[in-house]
Each structure stands twice: as C-alpha cells, then as structure tokens.
Design a protein around this ligand. Structure first.
Ligand code: NAD
Length: 319
C-alpha cells in the first residue's frame, strides 16, 4: 500500500477533507460486540497516519461510548491536524431533543467526552425526527451562538429523507448551514443523492456521504440485525455480494471504488473498528476499478436494479 488519501474542498467551508472519512459509529459497539477498544484506537491512529483526518461521531452512537473511545484515541494527536465532527439532538433510538437548551448542553458534554476545546463540524442529527420549524428557529440559532463563542466552527444537518435538506436550506440564509450529511443514498443499491447534487452545489454546502457500504448491506458478512432496509433489498444485496465473490471480487471493494470516483461528493464516511480494515479500504480507495472489476460491477448492478433506490421510512411522516 502506498500513498495518502487525497482531499477535496468541503463546499464553501474552506476545509480540505479526505475523500474517505472515519465513521466512528462502530466505536460505539453497534456493529460488533464486544468492541476491542485497543484495536479501535489503533484504527484511529492508522487512519490519521494515512491521511484520514476527518472523524465523525455522535452522542447517540453506543449511547456516548463512541465519543468517549474516539476522545481517548485522538488524545495526543495535534488538534489542528484533524477535523472532528459530532452531532446534537439524537440521544437514543427514540430519544430526540432539538431544543436550544439541550443542544447547547450537548455540545459542552461532547467537548468533555471528546477531550477537545472545539468541534469542527457540529451537526443536527437526523432532523426528520424533529420539528423542522424548531430546527430552523431554535436549534440552528443555538449552534450559531456556540460558533460565536468559538466552541464550534461549522454547522451541518443530517438525515435520511433527501427532502429534509431542501426544507432547511430553502429557509435559512447563506452560511447558516455549511454541510449536509446524507447516508445510504449514494452506494451501489441507491444513488438518489445524485438528484439533489446540483441544488447542494448551488447552495455551496459541503456534501458528506455516509454509509457507502449501506450500513453493512454491501459486505460479505451482511448487515447487522437492526438494519432497517426492506427484506427484498437485503436479499438483493446478499445476492450481489455472492455474485461478486463468485467472480473473484468483493462487494465492499466494488462499492468503495465506485463511490469515490464521483468528484462532486466531497467525502465518504466508512465505519471502521480495526486497523487492518483501514489499510484495506484506503488501498481500495486509492486504486481505480480494473476492467475485470468493471465487468463484475455491471453484473452486480444488474442484480441490484430491481431494488434500486428502494429505501425505508425514517422520522415524522410530515418530514
Ligand atoms: P458503513 O456503510 O460504512 O458500514 C460499516 C460496516 O461495514 C462496519 O461493520 C464495518 O466494520 C464494515 N466494513 C467497513 N469496511 C469493510 C470492508 N472493506 N469489508 C467488509 N466490511 C467492511 O456504515 P456506517 O458505519 O453506518 O456509516 C459510516 C459512518 O457514517 C458512521 O460511522 C457515522 O459516522 C456516519 N453516519 C451518520 C448517519 C447520520 O448522521 N444519520 C447515518 C449513518 C452513518
């Protein structure tokens, strides 16, 4: 393996972000129990050494465990050399609070758990579960205040239904929201994020694409038991993974290589827990699809066509 992960500009933020970011939800132990914390910490260091200096977490992941493990891992690394993103508003599978008071307290709690003096990107987590009006009139202004105090640098929003991004960005002034984090909408089985890319570009926001392995659907080992995809999507992804394997390839490799070649998506978050997976995925991201892989990719795409862009409900029906 040679080389470091290349970077792209994250919208108008001016930040240079690696095309592969470190998704830290697995550090909360949500994919694998028990989590080997020393391996997870090694994975963070390995990532940093290879140029993956964007780390994304949330108080929700492992009910604060991800932030605590990530904080221990980042301790000792030069603070101005990594970009730390976390979230506010989601605290459990069904626990949300987007009030100004709670999100302000949340940032202070995250700073403590992460053992840092500021957060680079603070994101309102899964806003489709909240009242969008409250997000616009209360949550985002509270985060602006924290920005004025120097506790956060950039502000983002995250969620699954793509229309929530427009619901917010249409109604706030320029520079209020710097980034959007979309997940499971730019991967082999779902490319619907493409439909709003011209709009996001026009707004100048940074685009963070999470879950290029569709939260485990596009892996040989398959998704965790809690995965919300409809059964037909799970079956199609399983068949696609088997087809890739039969052809001497690997579905995750195809998924990573196919995703990173789109330059208008600034960074892709992948969940990691082990240093060897970091090395493997970086090597994958750095080498383009071979003609043989292109061929397998076409077969895999055919298998996924009947379920293409099939998603699942998330949040309040009105959002
Ligand atoms: P992912 O699609 O990256 O899948 C992660 C799983 O795939 C983990 O079990 C990981 O060990 C495994 N994996 C990674 N590389 C592999 C490989 N080469 N072969 C086989 N398995 C491999 O999903 P994710 O972790 O959910 O998403 C990435 C990150 O994006 C999260 O950690 C989180 O930071 C962020 N995210 C945010 C939101 C949100 O804000 N609402 C939602 C989803 C994800």
């Amino acid at each position: 393996m040679s080389g470091r992960v290349p970077t792209r500009k994250l919208g108008n933020t001016g930040l240079d972000v690696p095309i592969i970011g470190f998704g830290a939800s697995p550090l909360g132990g949500i994919y694998q129990e028990p989590l080997d914390e020393s391996h997870a910490i090694e994975a963070v260091h390995e990532a940093f050494n290879l140029g993956i200096n964007l780390f994304d977490t949330s108080p929700y992941y492992g009910l604060t465990r991800s932030e605590k493990v990530l904080g221990r891992a980042l301790k000792g690394l030069p603070r101005d050399k990594f970009i730390l993103a976390t979230k506010v508003g989601r605290y459990g599978a069904d626990t949300f609070d987007f009030s100004a008071e709670r999100v302000t307290r949340s940032v202070h709690e995250s700073l403590e758990r992460l053992q840092v003096g500021y957060i680079d990107i603070i994101q309102t987590h899964d806003i489709e579960f909240g009242d969008i009006e409250q997000v616009i009139t209360e949550t985002l202004p509270a985060l602006q205040k924290l920005r004025e105090q120097g506790l956060v640098r950039y502000i983002g929003i995250t969620g699954l239904p793509l229309k929530i991004f427009r619901s917010v960005l249409d109604r706030v002034g320029p520079g209020v929201v710097d980034t959007v984090l979309s997940y499971c909408h730019y991967c082999l089985n779902d490319t619907s994020l493409e439909s709003i890319m011209p709009y996001l570009k026009e707004k100048g926001v940074g685009v963070i694409n999470a879950s290029i392995l569709s939260m485990g659907l596009l892996t040989e080992q398959g998704p965790p038991s809690w995965h919300p995809a409809p059964e037909e999507v799970k079956q199609a992804c399983k068949a696609a993974a088997e087809e890739a394997k039969k052809a001497g390839s690997n579905i995750s490799v195809l998924a990573i290589k196919a995703a990173v070649r789109n330059p208008s998506i600034h960074t892709h978050l992948i969940g990691f827990t082990k240093p060897e997976l970091v090395r493997e995925n970086v090597a994958t991201a750095l080498s383009p699809l071979t003609p043989a892989e292109e061929h397998v990719l076409r077969r895999v795409t055919d298998i996924l066509t009947p379920v293409h862009n099939n998603t699942w409900p998330s949040g309040r029906p009105e959002n």
